[in-house]
Design a protein around this ligand. Structure first.
Ligand SMILES: Cc1cc2nc3c(=O)[nH]c(=O)nc-3n(C[C@H](O)[C@H](O)[C@H](O)COP(=O)(O)OP(=O)(O)OC[C@H]3O[C@@H](n4cnc5c(N)ncnc54)[C@H](O)[C@@H]3O)c2cc1C
Length: 380
């Protein structure tokens, strides 16, 4: 009888890992010895980093969406039917339609999700760019903006730890081009003692903020937002006025994870940092934002992890121990404005060192935005 691997979540990591496994086990698929099922809650795939460009009026949404059916490789069966529960004891995933999908191995790649309701007043008082409706709403607000204080408030954890910085740098250029920079004050806040969770990025940011006259404030944790008075109240006791509030809401794991009683209180799944097996579960792997690993929640992480998970599944399906190990590698471009970018790369053992921003790196980032669709097919 064929063995079945089910991937839950057809975002960056799930799609990539399912396609990689199909590439690695082509013969088994052709002989009918293996089935690969990819369970998705949508028939469209969004390239999420595109939301930054949409919010800042640098791109239209269409180019960042593709039909899921056009992204799966032959041998990967796409099931558009949101999962409502995972039952590891029965090796079963239950879907919204009532369908019950059994598995030999399961990969949880259900991502992370911004929670606009985590802070009172945030949904009404703030703009965000982490979903398409929010990005479009922010774009409109920026088109109508005539100057004033832009306050950025950041909740943790959140995916793409550099996206709020990229937003500030691009916004700085955007307002200059619009002739509004002199009439605007840019204030970036961060919840801990420095401007970014990564020490090296925080130091680099401080330098660039000084050059660009962007104010950085630390120990800034939003307790509530008063949309009527245009004020943010912080846990530290501050009361700060704004004209435009841009917020990155704190994220949680997927609802299905919490509804299944898996994961911690916020829905992050306990994951072995090396093999990426779910702790306490022999037949479940976890990848991407859904893990509880103390590393960036980023597409590049999902990318590198998808390779580890696919290789370990090949071992498992052949009755071998999972010997491929993840080294914690992360690679992040950082847009440093409208015309240049830098990048950081690091892993469990080596800290990041931001390179000097350059136009070439910005162009490479724009090229990667197109290459993403190839990487989903396991080609990069
Ligand atoms: C504005 C923005 C900018 C970003 N920029 C970058 C960047 O420059 N570089 C970078 O590396 N990363 C960036 N990221 C982060 C990156 O997009 C994520 O880290 C990456 O998508 C994580 O991959 P994932 O597979 O873990 O989760 P996702 O890609 O989010 O996929 C998870 C999927 O699971 C689905 N799912 C959830 N629950 C269910 C269910 N019950 N049933 C079925 N499906 C379900 C979700 O709908 C989703 O499609 C950015 C993100 C944002 C929002």
């Amino acid at each position: 009888m064929a063995q079945r691997v089910v991937f839950l979540g057809a975002g960056d990591g799930g799609m990539m890992a399912a396609n990689r496994l199909a590439r690695m086990m082509r013969q088994e698929l052709d002989r009918g010895e293996l089935e690969i099922l990819l369970v998705s809650d949508s028939d469209r795939h969004l390239y999420q980093p595109g939301l930054l460009y949409i919010a800042l009026d640098q791109a239209q949404p269409d180019g960042f969406f593709r039909p899921q059916s056009g992204l799966v490789l032959p041998g990967v069966q796409l099931l558009v039917d949101p999962a409502v529960r995972v039952v590891p004891e029965q090796r079963l995933v239950e879907c919204a339609s009532g369908r019950r999908v059994e598995y030999d191995f399961l990969v949880l790649a259900t991502g992370s999700h911004p929670d606009l309701d985590a802070i009172p007043g945030l949904r009404e008082g703030a703009y965000s760019f982490y979903t398409l409706p929010e990005a479009l709403r922010l774009r409109k607000a920026l088109q109508e903006f005539r100057g004033g204080r832009v306050l950025m408030a950041i909740g943790v954890p959140h995916k793409c730890p550099v996206a709020p910085l990229e937003f500030m740098f691009i916004l700085d250029d955007y307002l200059r081009r619009a002739g509004l920079r002199e009439k605007s004050e840019l204030v970036y806040t961060y919840p801990i003692a420095r401007l970014h969770s990564l020490q090296a990025v925080a130091e680099w940011t401080e330098k660039v903020f000084a050059e660009r006259k962007i104010r950085g404030e630390t120990f800034f944790n939003v307790e509530s937002v008063d949309p009527g008075a245009h004020k943010v109240l912080t846990l530290e006791g501050e009361e700060v006025e704004y004209d435009l509030l841009v917020a990155i809401p704190p994220h949680t794991g997927a609802q299905v994870v919490r509804d299944s009683g898996l994961g911690d209180a916020e829905g992050w799944l306990p994951t072995d940092p090396r093999t990426l097996r779910m702790k306490g579960q022999e037949r479940i792997y976890v990848l991407g934002d859904a893990t509880d690993l103390p590393i960036s929640k980023a597409g590049s992480v999902a990318h590198y992890e998808s390779e580890v998970v696919a290789r370990n599944l090949v071992h498992e399906l052949r009755g071998e121990p999972p010997t491929t190990l993840y080294d914690g590698k992360v690679f992040c471009f950082i847009e440093a404005g409208l015309e240049e970018a830098t990048y950081v790369t690091f892993d469990y053992r080596n800290p990041p060192r931001p390179a000097s921003p350059a136009a070439m790196i910005h162009w490479f980032k724009l090229a990667y935005n197109e290459m993403y669709w190839l990487s989903l097919r396991g080609l990069l």
